[in-house]
Design a protein around this ligand. Structure first.
Ligand SMILES: NC(=O)c1ccc[n+]([C@@H]2O[C@H](COP(=O)([O-])OP(=O)(O)OC[C@H]3O[C@@H](n4cnc5c(N)ncnc54)[C@H](OP(=O)(O)O)[C@@H]3O)[C@@H](O)[C@H]2O)c1
Length: 262
């Protein structure tokens, strides 16, 4: 499978590097308008196409990783060559119908919503498609995409909610980690050490949940001895409306995602 990556920015470059592990670096072709990023792609060992015509002609799968405002222009440039090929887009807020308007209803379309964790091949990625891919194409694509992180089949109406939860989610987790690290400083640790402790605590707790399963609430109860220190802290969080605040935060974020789409 040859994959053409359009846009070698934050996300395009992360996808290209992860996908290269699945299909081989030699099967990835990049197109990028920005000279500096074009050089970066070459430096990373990827072949760079001179134009979108060449890229679309020579790819089986085309991954669109440009900003949403640039997508329509890209579609106009590739539409001649996409017949029978799979077009995958990671642009936020653009629905499959937008792509069908330019490429036609018979186009093989996949829409993804990744998060920044694709940078370390641990992305949380929503996927929807318009039903035109063959089972074989779909399976091959899924196999390659799994190198970028975990893939969730999400119906398109839930994409804005997924964007809030997993797309913006890392920012909220970073915020929580920073708060823990600052708390450590207040207790007497240096920030660097405190940050490492906070990251390990969050990572280890997430891995425990993933490996051993169960409800996070049950695990909170398990680590809280009666009348002990942990329940003291948990009670304070609950009194301050911690869970309600997080739930409202996701609600506000997904409302904003819907509003931006218009
Ligand atoms: N960053 C995230 O965490 C995140 C998460 C989910 C989804 N997304 C989606 O991912 C997409 C890319 O985001 P990003 O953060 O990676 O953007 P980015 O870093 O700005 O990368 C986009 C790159 O594409 C280039 N470009 C613009 N028009 C082009 C064209 N016609 N052909 C080829 N390259 C072109 C841009 O060059 P110029 O800068 O010169 O225009 C830029 O280098 C967006 O649609 C965004 O909604 C991003």
């Amino acid at each position: 499978m040859r994959i053409g990556v359009i846009g070698y920015g934050n996300m395009g470059s992360a996808f290209a590097r992860a996908l290269a592990e699945a299909v081989g670096r030699e099967n990835i072709l990049v197109y990028e308008v920005n000279e500096e990023r074009k050089e970066k792609a070459i430096g990373d060992g990827f072949a760079v196409a001179q134009d979108l015509y060449f890229l679309s002609k020579n790819s089986d799968v085309i991954l669109i990783a440009v900003k949403p405002k640039d997508v329509k222009g890209v579609l106009e440039d590739i539409k001649e060559n996409v017949g029978g090929k799979v077009v995958v887009s990671i642009a936020a807020g653009l629905e499959l119908s937008t792509y069908e308007e330019v490429l036609g209803k018979e186009a093989k379309l996949v829409r993804l919503m990744p998060n920044i964790n694709v940078l370390v091949k641990k992305g949380t990625i929503a996927l929807t498609h318009n039903g035109n891919l063959t089972e074989e194409e779909f399976e091959e694509l899924l196999k390659a995409l799994s190198r970028c992180g975990s893939i969730y089949a999400v119906p398109e109406p839930l994409f804005d909610s997924f964007t809030a939860l997993a797309g913006s989610g890392p920012a909220f987790v970073f915020h929580f980690i920073d708060a823990l690290a600052l708390a450590g400083v207040r207790e007497g640790f240096g920030y660097e050490e405190s940050l490492k402790i906070a990251v390990d605590t969050v990572l280890g707790s997430a891995e425990l949940l993933k490996e051993l399963g169960g409800n996070p609430n049950e695990w909170s109860v398990r680590v809280s001895s009666p009348g002990g220190t942990t329940i003291e802290g948990l009670s304070y969080l609950e009194r301050k409306g911690f869970k309600g605040t997080v739930i409202r935060c996701i609600e506000k974020t997904s409302e904003k995602a819907r509003k931006l789409k218009g």
